[in-house]
Design a protein around this ligand. Structure first.
Ligand SMILES: Nc1ncnc2c1ncn2[C@@H]1O[C@H](COP(=O)(O)OP(=O)(O)O)[C@@H](O)[C@H]1O
Ligand SMILES: [Mg+2]
Length: 250
């Protein structure tokens, strides 16, 4: 008697991947669906706020306060949906031969004016002559920016952000070290979980998105952190043995 056919591990895996992809697609579609009515609500709240612009009675001022609150919550929902869509997006990376240092400089140039205002000193040690890596520059920029903004938020009273790049045995790496609040063990365990946040109004999608992008590049992101002693994120990227011919002319 022959035994009934059993699914191979590969088939089970394939089914899981298909199931996950379908859920991700539905969640994305749902987020889009919510955005439309949400923008109608926002628009009407703006009009309502204009109607109450010269609120002089107590009743009108109270109404205006409520309109304000609804507007703020709508904004929060919209930001959350945008972050979620950005996280759930299935990316086809547009890889280009790139210099890690150039990418880091771009993010830091963007951040420096903000840092000056919040008394954060930015120090960079960028290694010279690092090998070229393949990056989707837009996605990688977004990933780095998430890390830098987290560092900023961890240092509300100012501090120092050190960024250094260096070569490794099989690639290049980047350390981002802040002198911020740091993280305890429980927080460290959860930071890459979608929606985990210790911040009021935080989406908890910054690090999961950054990790997804870095791993899609074949890279890794790791963390060292202690409460009160700051945090260090390390991003490692592989260097291709040879640049694919199709990409070398860009
Ligand atoms: N540089 C950092 N210093 C201290 N805590 C951090 C740092 N980066 C991330 N975290 C912790 O990880 C959590 C998740 O970060 P993230 O995914 O970017 O979401 P969000 O910034 O919206 O909270 C944060 O809420 C915070 O607790
Ligand atoms: Mg964040």
């Amino acid at each position: 008697m022959s035994s009934p056919p059993t699914a191979t591990a590969n088939e089970v895996n394939q089914k899981l991947v298909e199931g996950y992809t379908e859920i991700a697609r539905l969640a994305g579609a749902l987020a889009h669906e919510i955005k439309n009515p949400l923008s109608t609500i926002r628009l009407n709240m703006e009009l309502l706020a204009e109607d109450f612009d010269q609120a002089d009675s107590l009743r009108e001022r109270r109404a205006l306060k409520k309109v304000d609150l609804v507007q703020r919550e709508c904004q929060r929902l919209q930001d959350l949906l945008d972050d979620f869509l950005n996280f759930a997006k299935v990316r086809r990376l547009k890889l280009q031969p790139s210099e890690l240092n150039g990418q880091v400089k771009q993010v830091l140039d963007f951040f420096r004016p903000k840092a000056a205002k919040t008394r954060i000193e930015v120090v960079d040690y960028l290694a010279s002559s690092l090998p070229t890596v393949l990056l989707d520059r837009e996605a990688f920029h977004a990933a780095l920016l998430n890390l830098v903004l987290n560092a900023e938020q961890a240092m509300p009273d100012g501090g120092q952000l050190v960024v250094r790049t260096y070569g490794t045995a099989d690639g290049v790496a980047l350390d981002l070290i802040d002198t911020g609040c740091g993280m305890d063990e429980k927080t460290r365990r959860q930071i890459f979980n979608a929606f985990f946040s210790t911040k009021r109004g935080g989406s908890g999608l910054g690090l999961p998105t950054a990790r997804k992008i870095i791993e899609a590049h074949g890279g890794q992101i790791t963390l060292q952190s202690e409460p009160g002693r700051g945090s260090q994120f390390t991003v490692k990227l592989p260097v291709p043995a040879r640049l694919p011919a199709s990409l070398t002319d860009r």
